[in-house]
Design a protein around this ligand. Structure first.
Ligand code: UGA
Length: 317
């Protein structure tokens, strides 16, 4: 099998790429190294992929257009490239979110239509729910994003749906719930907390720290993503991908302090615009249709991320 992975140098994209390569799948990896964090970190994410002959890296900016040649010859498209981040999607940066999340997805769907791919898996986000109607939140809840970012992720999800209905593109949308683990983006909470704890620096806590997330370990997100590419009933579907627990941000910080063996000083700032208070995934549908079952408990996952941060030269960078 030959697969296209967009955002292959990113956090989840690089793990997915390695997982596919290690199972003998040929991967065409695309990334444009957008400026949300350092190019060197993204190149480091890609370091292991070079070990496989089946990996072909193409530095392409999806929103520039003609993608037909890239998509043709690939049976599966995993579309993970995005302008990520909830809190940074306000103001003038919204233009980037529109371009990289909505326009890029439409270009890719056009190419997928022309080349008749067997599966198109789109990485959506729990942020489409906003302050959800109910917890745990099922895919049937009314999506009502609370941030400009969430709006663009939902718009792209709708594009997947309508390309499926109008043109038969076999799309599947996955709503990832706050993914964490080794290589997590440096702007995200656990990444900042681990680095600060190891460096003896201060962390910033938004709000009272009692907001909760259904944190999902990266290998669980990869497992769901791969299952979405093969499960026969998944086509045209939307699935929550959650880690199976609801944890307060402050609880995680306390655990990181234990791992670091020291207290971390905290600067408190108000809750940030765009952030929701809680997320919790109802994964009944993903379990039934995809056979997805999250395997990594948050405490084991945070230990793995902490150990990786300590060993990866991230600290003090
Ligand atoms: C994350 C990703 O950044 C999005 O790309 C993704 O789509 C989203 O998950 C999702 O699940 O839909 P977020 O939940 O905000 O967004 O993840 P973190 O950046 O790890 O933040 C988690 C919580 O920690 C938030 O309440 C945030 O306000 C808080 N936080 C974050 C802090 O208190 N301090 C920080 O320095 C960073």
């Amino acid at each position: 099998m030959r697969a296209l992975v967009t955002g292959c140098a990113g956090f989840v994209g690089s793990h997915l790429t390695e997982s596919l390569l290690s199972d003998g799948v040929e991967v065409v990896g695309i990334d444009c190294f957008n400026d949300n964090y350092g190019r060197s970190a993204k190149l480091a994410n890609l370091a292991h992929t070079r070990e496989w002959d089946g990996f072909d890296f193409v530095p392409v900016d999806l929103a520039r257009g003609d993608l037909a040649d890239l998509v043709s010859g690939c049976e599966v498209v995993f579309h993970l490239a995005a302008e990520p981040g909830v809190r940074s999607s306000w103001g003038s940066r919204f233009e980037l979110y529109l371009r990289n999340n909505v326009l890029a997805t439409q270009y890719l769907l056009e190419a997928a239509t022309a080349s008749k791919v067997a599966r198109f898996v789109y990485a959506s986000s729990s942020s489409v729910y906003g302050e959800a109607e109910a917890y745990p939140t099922s895919e049937d809840a009314l999506p009502r994003p609370h941030s400009p970012y969430g709006t663009t992720k939902l718009a792209a999800e709708h594009l997947c749906h309508l390309y499926h209905r109008n043109h038969g593109v076999p799309t599947v949308a996955l709503r990832y719930f706050t993914v964490y683990g080794p290589r997590q983006r440096p702007d995200m909470a656990f990444s900042r907390f681990c680095t600060a704890a190891l460096d003896g620096e201060r962390v910033t806590l938004y709000g009272d720290g009692r907001q909760t997330r259904d944190f999902t370990f990266v290998s669980d997100a990869v497992q769901a993503t791969r299952l979405a590419a093969t499960a026969p009933v998944a086509i045209g579907g939307v699935y929550n991908v959650g880690g199976g627990s609801q944890v307060q941000v402050i609880e995680v910080l306390r655990r990181i302090e234990q791992l670091a063996g020291r207290a971390v000083s905290v600067r408190n700032l108000p809750a940030q615009a765009g952030d929701v208070r809680h997320t919790r995934a109802d994964t009944t549908r993903a379990r039934a249709d995809l056979g997805f079952a999250p395997a990594v408990h948050w405490e084991a996952g945070i230990q793995a991320q902490f150990a990786w941060t300590a060993g990866a030269g991230v600290v003090g960078a």
